[in-house]
Design a protein around this ligand. Structure first.
Ligand SMILES: [Zn+2]
Length: 365
């Protein structure tokens, strides 16, 4: 799931290829047209190879078409904002034990999108979410295989790779989200970065399956929301790196557009947090400190009431609580997670189809 704060200014018809891009009927035609145009735009970008992005995506070159194929291999359908998961989910196998058996740690969500954020800086909106990974993981945890019905076809969730991307309210509300018209080049980059983000949720195995988000630590702009990553190659970092490649190669970007892109990049990179950052609880530690300070002042004011060992114990407790309240910047960089997918998923057979369609379109447009 990708979250952004609205009002924060940060982040070709193609009719012939629509059959290839797996849109559900629940996606309104105007949105379908825009997303298709975005993908055509990406397919025709000849980005030079960027080693960081190539390493994260585990691809050889980082030209637009290769990136698009990377997304496509992690996205079996795009469904509309009105798609109702509860009406379309069913159990197909009641004893499903895919390997590996480890499952990701689910974050305890404190805040959910839709309300006003704590800082009063705007409304937090869901931009897009990947239902496929979430359905697969919840099935795995309860040892059942779920199937998701999209229009007339049923998709058996046998791997997080079967990404079903659901449009969120922020995806086409670019005027609010990034202060740019819905059909601008900036809005295309914003939506494409979102597809890259959601595609990463289709990766991973065991504890890394689905690359689930972490709760942002206290002091973070998204404090309390599951809008951060505890890995250095998670959805936010990979979309940030994608935007970095895009901005470096945007020859016709205007200064204002470059500024916007750089803000989107900075926002993405700010979401990678070290795991320890989630554990510091400021209010509990502050209470610990003040109560031990009280005990220490009692020891001082009442001679003979405390042993040296007791004093030492109180001082140590204060030091420990104070250390836990320090900013988490000193913590080591978030670790890299295993992106290799688990389970079974369709083989990569659409590469050539996509390539030929996009190359054909590039030539004829
Ligand atoms: Zn996400």
């Amino acid at each position: 799931m990708k979250l952004l704060i609205a009002t924060l200014a940060m982040a070709l018809a193609g009719a012939s290829a629509q059959a290839e891009i797996q849109f559900s009927k629940s996606v309104p035609s105007e949105q379908k047209k825009l997303l298709t145009r975005d993908m055509f735009f990406l397919a025709n970008q000849s980005y030079p190879s960027d080693s960081k992005l190539a390493q994260m995506m585990e691809i050889g070159s980082t030209d637009g078409l290769t990136i698009l194929n990377w997304i496509d291999n992690r996205m079996v359908r795009i469904v509309g904002e009105d798609f109702d998961i509860e009406k379309n989910i069913s159990i197909v196998n009641q004893s499903f034990f895919p390997e590996p058996s480890a499952t990701p740690e689910l974050p305890t969500v404190v805040k959910t999108p839709g309300g006003s954020s704590g800082g009063g800086s705007g409304t937090v909106k869901t931009v897009m979410s990947n239902l496929g990974g979430a359905v697969y993981i919840s099935g795995k945890m309860s040892h059942v295989m779920f199937s998701l019905k999209v229009d007339d076809s049923k998709i058996n969730m046998t791997s997080p790779r079967l990404g079903v991307f659901k449009v969120g309210e922020g995806l086409f509300d670019t005027k609010t989200m990034i202060k740019s018209p819905v059909d601008s080049k900036m809005s295309s980059y914003y939506r494409l970065a979102t597809l890259v983000h959601e595609a990463r949720h289709s990766d991973g195995r065991g504890a890394s399956a689905g690359f689930l988000h972490a709760i942002c630590p206290s002091g973070h702009r998204f404090d309390g929301y599951a809008g951060c990553d505890a890995s250095s190659n998670g959805p936010y970092t990979i979309e940030g790196q994608f935007l970095k490649v895009a901005v470096q190669n945007c020859k016709d970007c205007q200064p204002g557009e470059l500024e916007l892109m750089n803000k989107m990049i900075a926002d993405s990179f700010s979401r990678a947090v070290a795991p320890a950052a989630q554990t510091a609880d400021t209010s509990i530690n502050a209470t610990i400190i003040s109560s031990y300070q009280l005990l220490l002042s009692f020891c001082k004011n009442t001679p003979g009431s405390c042993t040296p060992e007791q004093k030492k114990q109180y001082e140590d407790a204060i030091a420990k609580a104070q250390a836990a309240m320090q900013p988490q910047t000193a913590v080591a960089e978030a670790p890299r997670w295993d992106a290799a997918p688990e389970g079974t998923y369709p083989s990569v057979s659409r590469d050539n189809t996509w390539s030929s369609i996009y190359q054909l379109n590039a030539k004829t447009k």
